[in-house]
Unconditional design. Structure first.
Length: 372
């Protein structure tokens, strides 16, 4: 039996998202039907809108969803009807990366997240009886209901029972990526210096995580002074406006070099400057989406002789369930106050929410889709 729903359809960047009637397919054994309460708006949604990623159009996007489980397939063990859940990216569970709990690097990431269908090619959504591209990051949660999967659904722990789902929703991508980059991918050490380039959701999450582990100093770099002020509130010990002499100012603060540099901008010249500031054994982590033609240039002698690392990072090396619960625990304790990044919009204001994200007036827009 199919499920009627309302979904925001993306048809590219020449027209706004349009909320229309759709139907969701019957559940497979490993799938869950989730009534979406809220969903964060992420830069990746806009990258797909702008055809920077190979996701077919028209499509229903949204990949930071949270909601209430309404039904489950026969093989689902992660949640039951009535449970509060948060959704993240999907993975195959059986490739060499998934076998070592590294699903962000799933060998089969594309068919499970970006193909517009299930990995076997079958649709999860229909419009006017015809298949509709969906299953984005295994959820497509710019909708009143979503089909999620055993691998990408996390039951909200009882410790976070008093936190509204509309506040929890964005933890499944940008927040997870930034915090995971610090806590997992780069494994930032207490007392070591880190510079974070870009103070959007991912950068802010990294700054909060750097404070959790006791990095020092924590340097935030951006061109937006309001964001830099918020970064200072969230844990940055120093802020630098990127319109000035960034390299010189960081060298003055940490003449021995950075232990860690974390780029969220995707600008190759920024990444190269960040790498040039690394101390011996320093790590430069990269999460920003760069144009496909961009290249990076490093000095081989300094790279090899200093034992430096350039590390691509996806999803903060998260294993989804355990890490999202860890972040929620930090949040409950007041150590990961990401609610300070959020601005709320009703579902029918999705285009206003996207504009607020793009013009920088809201760090993390969240759509309120239904009442909890």
């Amino acid at each position: 039996m199919t499920t009627p729903a309302r979904a925001a359809i993306c048809r590219g960047n020449k027209e706004p998202f349009s909320i229309e009637d759709v139907e969701l397919d019957e559940l497979r054994p490993d799938e869950l039907l989730v009534r979406v309460v809220a969903c964060g708006v992420c830069h990746t949604d806009m990258a797909v809108r702008d055809e920077q990623l190979p996701v077919p159009h028209p499509v229903v996007l949204g990949h930071e969803g949270a909601g209430i489980v309404e039904a489950v397939g026969s093989e689902v063990t992660v949640a039951k009807p009535g449970d509060r859940v948060v959704m993240s990216f999907n993975s195959c569970g059986s490739c060499p990366s998934c076998e070592i709990d590294a699903p962000t690097y799933c060998y089969n990431f594309f068919p499970h997240n970006w193909s517009g269908t299930r990995a076997d090619g079958s649709p999860v959504m229909f419009k006017d009886g015809a298949p509709m591209n969906a299953n984005f990051f295994g959820q497509s949660s710019f909708a009143t209901h979503a089909i999620a999967h055993e691998a990408n659904t996390v039951k909200v722990p009882d410790s976070a029972a008093n936190i509204p789902l509309e506040q929890i929703a964005p933890i499944g991508c940008g927040l997870m990526t930034g915090a995971g980059a610090v806590l997992r991918s780069m494994d930032v050490r207490k007392g070591m210096p880190i510079a974070v380039f870009g103070t959007g959701t991912v950068g802010m999450a990294a700054i909060m995580a750097a404070k959790i582990v006791g990095a020092n100093p924590i340097i935030a770099v951006d061109i937006n002074d309001e964001r830099l002020a918020l970064a200072k509130e969230l844990g940055a010990t120093h802020t630098i406006n990127a319109r000035g002499k960034v390299v010189e100012q960081i060298q003055e603060l940490v003449p021995q070099g950075l232990g860690y540099a974390f780029d969220t901008t995707g600008i190759n010249t920024v990444i190269q400057d960040a790498w040039s500031l690394l101390a011996p054994k320093g790590i430069c982590g990269i999460v920003g989406a760069s144009p496909p033609e961009d290249m990076l240039t490093f000095n081989e002698t300094a790279f090899m002789g200093g034992g430096r690392t350039v590390k691509g990072i996806l999803g903060g090396d998260s294993d989804v369930g355990p890490f999202l619960c860890e972040l929620l625990d930090y949040h409950v304790k007041g150590q990961f106050p990401f609610e300070k990044l959020i601005g709320y919009f009703d579902f029918d204001q999705i285009n206003e929410a996207i504009h607020a994200s793009e013009d920088g007036s809201v760090v993390k827009p969240v759509l309120r889709i239904s009442a909890e």
